[in-house]
Design a protein around this ligand. Structure first.
Ligand SMILES: *Cc1c(COP(=O)(O)O)cnc(C)c1O
Length: 348
């Protein structure tokens, strides 16, 4: 294991910051029956006239219980987008430092690198969509702060092998960010259980996919207490609004519903996978650990347009490296999937 020194990783200006202390940071510990004249809110009660809890304590307690992790190892944000952006802002010096991503992968890493003026060094996945560990480690220099691993990966759907992820974790002394947005659809174990073993490990998850809550925007980041405390210094105090906190808590308590929906989606994924094999224009179907399937077709641009004409919107991923002539389709409801299959048969 390489030596990991968090104080050398954090941007010097961030290291010196104290978190903004909001009015609402203080009151929770004082108790009920208080008169709140501290935050210039409108005093007339509604569900949302007060500022939300900046540390989202109730929500973190529930999440921690479900995931078997301490609340102090959790940071919540306005979608994964925000927690990923906070990582850039805390650890990467604009115009100087760099990150590594592994295309074909989720587009937001490179968008966020661009916004933050951080160089994005790309190392393609191998033909079977696995990280090329030696190439990745060779491209690392003293300014490389983070490596983004998306597993299960979007848009390919596969998970990265445990050996390659472990090798990266052990041989890179910056942060290794594993994006587990699709982990609930996978049989493979989450890296959460290994959080304690690797001080440089950061894991992100989201309520946008399996939990069916894309509209409320709740992203989750898990890391060491030290990393979380750095991110807390720069996060906007009220980044997760009251309605989101309440709705997320409500849904997290209904585990049965999520489990049943995920089971249904997995059943539909298997059916879709099988049915796609019988369609002539489909040339290859990639195994998926996520709630979508990537397929190679004869002519993706043409098939994409034809599906659109039939009112079906999939994602054309052909411009991504290693993804020539591929379409990515979400696993929908039974009837949505049947419509997709019917359309694919009709345009043969
Ligand atoms: C959908 C997706 C997310 C979710 O982002 P949110 O901002 O939380 O909605 C994150 N990572 C990947 C790879 C995704 O595909």
């Amino acid at each position: 294991m390489r030596k990991f020194e968090l104080n050398k990783l954090v941007r010097p200006n961030v290291d010196g910051l104290k978190p903004y202390s909001s009015a609402r940071d203080e009151y929770k510990s004082v108790g009920e029956e208080m008169v709140f004249l501290d935050a210039n809110e409108n005093p007339f009660p509604s569900d949302v006239n007060r500022y939300p809890d900046p540390q989202q304590r109730n929500l973190k307690a529930e999440l921690g219980k479900i995931k078997g992790i301490a609340a102090e190892n959790i940071l919540l944000g306005n979608g994964s987008d925000e927690v990923l952006d906070l990582l850039f802002r805390a650890f990467c010096e604009p115009g100087i430092e760099n990150i590594i991503t592994l295309p074909p992968t989720y587009g937001m890493y490179s968008v966020l690198a661009g916004i933050n003026n951080i160089e994005n060094r790309e190392v393609l996945l191998s033909r079977d969509f696995q990280p090329q560990v030696q190439q990745i480690l060779e491209i690392v220099d003293k300014n490389t702060k983070m490596i983004f691993l998306c597993s299960p990966n979007n848009p390919t759907g596969n998970s990265f092998s445990e050996e390659s992820v472990t090798e990266i974790l052990k041989n890179f002394d910056g942060l290794v960010v594993i994006d587990e947005a699709y982990i609930d659809f996978s049989e493979k174990a989450s890296w959460l259980k290994k959080l304690k073993n690797y001080p440089n490990l950061v894991i992100t998850q989201t309520l946008s996919k399996a939990y069916g809550l894309a509209g409320i925007r709740l992203g989750i980041l898990y890391a060491s207490v030290e990393i979380i405390s750095i991110l807390n210094r720069i996060k906007p105090p009220y980044n997760v609004n009251q309605l989101t906190q309440e709705r997320a808590l409500e849904e997290l308590k209904d585990r049965e519903k999520v489990n049943m929906q995920v089971a249904d989606i997995l059943k539909e994924r298997a059916k879709l996978n099988k049915a796609l094999k019988g369609i002539e224009l489909v040339k290859e179907i990639y195994d998926s650990d996520a709630n979508f399937i990537l397929v190679k077709v004869d002519d993706a641009n043409r098939r994409y347009e034809q599906l659109l004409e039939k009112g079906i919107v999939v994602r054309n991923r052909s411009s991504q490296p290693l993804c020539e002539n591929t379409l990515r389709s979400t696993v929908g409801t039974k009837s949505e999937n049947e419509k997709l299959l019917e359309a694919l048969k009709a345009i043969q």
